[in-house]
Design a protein around this ligand. Structure first.
Ligand SMILES: [Zn+2]
Length: 329
């Protein structure tokens, strides 16, 4: 495990995992902006992550791309790399690195729960596990997302003269909310903020069921009564949201567990829908991985480090700069 440093850099072969700055070779776990950046020489990732990077940053966002299928081995010198589903968003992957019989897994962002918008998380046994800890506190116990989406559907039925604007991050969360609505038989057109359009089109093309959607356009104000509109969280605060009739402001995020936070942001209908594992799922993954070394990244490291030490596991936090999943969750 000493072949990789706290910045997820393997000096021996000059390979970085999810680097923030442009690098020679970058293995990218998924398309969120705090993991996938513009300007690397060589990007190694799933096909879908590469597609998403091209949609967001343009076809020339890296000089060379190597798409890998889940489970396909890729070797650089005596290092073997394999990507496995992380269950976080479309195309998301964990990275297994094997060297001299040592197995190290970098989870990237992950969730264990079922999600129709991406391949579900696969547990990979290893010696060293580098796990994220966005929701690494016991207060985070995510509810069933279907129950959360039912709250939205019920509110739409009751408040016929209002429109519901749901804040959801443009990549992953927005499409998950749409898919959850479809799973619960909400069959109306879903209206989206313009910044979501290309990604929604891509998810549709990849056969993810997000149903019929349409970009909001300046139609008669009353047109949006009784409708659901999905927008990035930043749009909830600006003038954009004021054009709609009696909007009820909703937000889909794991952070909505923290009631005070929802209140501060002016969220009337908080929906606890997360694309990260909650506390119990993090513990369960650590246990089932059989890893003896646990390194914990971006998030709430302290409680998890304490838990691991109590289990006689070697554990320490890894402080990686530039991660901001708070915004992206
Ligand atoms: Zn992410």
């Amino acid at each position: 495990m000493d072949f990789i440093n706290h910045q997820l850099f393997i000096k021996d072969i000059n390979v970085h995992i999810d680097p923030i700055l442009p690098k020679k070779t970058a293995i990218i776990t998924h398309g969120h902006a705090d993991h996938a950046r513009f300007g690397h020489d060589h990007v190694i990732a799933t096909r879908q992550t590469i597609d998403i990077m091209k949609i967001r940053y343009g076809d020339k966002c890296a000089k060379k791309f190597t798409p890998l299928r889940y489970g396909q081995k890729y070797s650089i010198k005596n290092y073997d790399f394999t990507l496995y589903p992380a269950g976080h968003i479309l195309g998301s992957a964990q990275v297994l690195i094997e060297k001299n019989n040592h197995r190290l897994v970098i989870t990237g962002d992950y969730k264990v729960g079922k999600d129709e918008t991406c391949k579900n998380f696969k547990l990979v046994k290893c010696d060293t596990l580098i796990t994220e800890a966005t929701f690494g506190l016991p207060i985070f116990q995510h509810p069933d997302p279907k129950d959360e989406i039912q709250k939205l559907i019920r509110s739409v039925k009751i408040n016929k003269n209002n429109c519901h604007i749901v804040g959801a991050y443009a990549l992953g969360k927005a499409q998950r909310v749409m898919n959850l609505l479809r799973q619960q038989k909400y069959n109306e057109t879903i209206y989206i903020h313009g910044s979501l359009e290309k990604l929604c089109q891509y998810y549709s093309k990849e056969k993810i069921n997000i149903g019929k959607f349409e970009k909001v356009s300046s139609k008669d104000k009353n047109f949006y009564e009784g409708k659901i509109i999905i927008a990035p969280p930043s749009a909830l605060k600006d003038r954009w949201s004021r054009r709609f009739p009696n909007p009820i402001i909703c937000m889909a995020s794991g952070w909505m567990t923290v009631k005070q936070r929802a209140k501060q942001q002016g969220i009337e209908l908080p929906l606890v829908i997360s694309d990260h594992s909650d506390w119990n799922e993090l513990l369960d993954t650590i246990k089932k991985s059989k890893a003896k070394n646990i390194l914990i990244t971006h998030g709430q490291e302290d409680a998890l480090v304490y838990y691991c030490k109590k289990q006689n596991l070697v554990s320490k936090p890894l402080s990686i700069q530039g991660r901001s999943d708070e915004e992206i969750e």
